[in-house]
Design a protein around this ligand. Structure first.
Ligand code: PMP
Length: 318
């Protein structure tokens, strides 16, 4: 693997050299309006010298659901894409935490028009990998604000699926937050209730209860969120999925983001109200530790969540 990019990516049924994977400039634009994607993390386990992909099956199922939602042809099954991704991670000799990025878009140009066809539109798929060191247990905290932008909603642009275009909404909110001196926005839904972050779901703790908005509150159906709910219940933490008012965040004991890239990210202030005592809270810490041990394949109780790729052994130095 060179320093700047991996050796291979996967494109429409073949592993191809990175440099050879080009499209004509006229393909850009409309073809990506209905483009959908996945963000998947794989974690390196030093003791086992193995790379574990976290919840690959759930991510690929969501990938296919997003394709269906956007009326795209679904030419590859979960089983095929599972094998493709393991092969790509092996071929790229990934021996560190690595982000896997499958993208499906409409090939052949004219993508916007083709969406109105009754036939599912011809779909191109690329899958790329890049190093992405985990920040779990690094005590990286964020200061948040409530965004003046409203989260997209189901009858406008469904946030349930990972449509690339959804992220324009996230981008507007993130830019506003950073210009106003915050690390991240929190978006409210059209009903004025807490939805999610620009690229992560949100959870809060009040009086020992872990509370998160339900999946009909204008959020992505997050795989990390579902995993943390299960981990919390296994730790005997009570979990409630319900509507959250904005001002509850101001008086919450703990708040954090969760997601594939966000992992578990503590939020230590909201609109300059300190959350709890302004530091990472104890329930967040317990969940972060449990999540860390699960994703890295250390806690074998969650072995069903991780797919070992069969990482090639390191070549010993002379
Ligand atoms: N919401 C949004 C808008 C996201 O982009 C993400 C990241 N995929 C999440 C929530 C978290 O979802 P997941 O846990 O499946 O990564």
């Amino acid at each position: 693997m060179s320093a700047s990019h991996p050796r291979y990516l996967w494109w429409n049924g073949k592993r191809v050299a990175w440099e050879g994977a080009t499209v004509h400039v006229t393909q850009l634009g409309w073809a990506t309006v209905p483009a959908i994607f996945e963000g998947i993390m794989s974690y390196w386990n030093d003791a086992q010298e193995e790379l574990f992909v976290f919840r690959l099956d759930a991510h690929l199922q969501r990938f296919l659901r997003s394709q269906k939602m956007m009326r795209m042809a679904r030419d590859y099954s979960v089983a095929q894409l599972t094998e493709v991704i393991a092969d790509l991670l092996r071929a790229n000799e990934c021996r560190q935490d690595t982000y896997v990025y499958p993208l499906a878009f409409l090939g052949g140009g004219g993508g916007f028009r083709r969406l109105s066809s009754t036939e599912p539109a011809a779909t191109e798929i690329t899958i790329t990998t890049r190093p992405s060191p985990s920040h779990l247990l690094q005590r990286e905290w964020k200061h948040a604000c409530i965004s003046s932008w409203t989260r997209i909603s189901d009858n406008v642009m469904p946030p349930r699926v990972k449509n690339l275009s959804n992220y324009r909404n996230s981008q507007l909110a993130s830019a506003e937050a950073s210009m106003n001196g915050y690390d991240t926005p929190i978006l409210l839904n059209a009903q004025g209730k807490v939805a999610e972050g620009p690229g992560a779901c949100i959870m809060m703790v009040r009086d020992g209860q872990l509370i998160t908005p339900g999946v009909t509150e204008s959020i992505l159906e997050s795989i990390t969120r579902a995993s943390l709910i299960e981990l919390a219940r296994d730790l005997d933490i009570e979990v409630v999925e319900r509507t959250i008012d904005r001002t509850e965040l101001y008086i919450a004991d703990e708040v954090f983001f969760c997601g594939t890239a966000a992992e578990v990210t503590p939020i230590v202030s909201v609109d300059r109200y300190p959350v709890g005592d302004g530091e990472q809270g104890p329930i967040t810490s317990r969940l972060e530790r449990a999540f860390h041990d699960a994703v890295r394949g250390k806690d074998r109780r969650y072995a069903r969540w991780v797919t070992p790729v069969g990482a090639p052994k390191a070549v010993p130095a002379d």
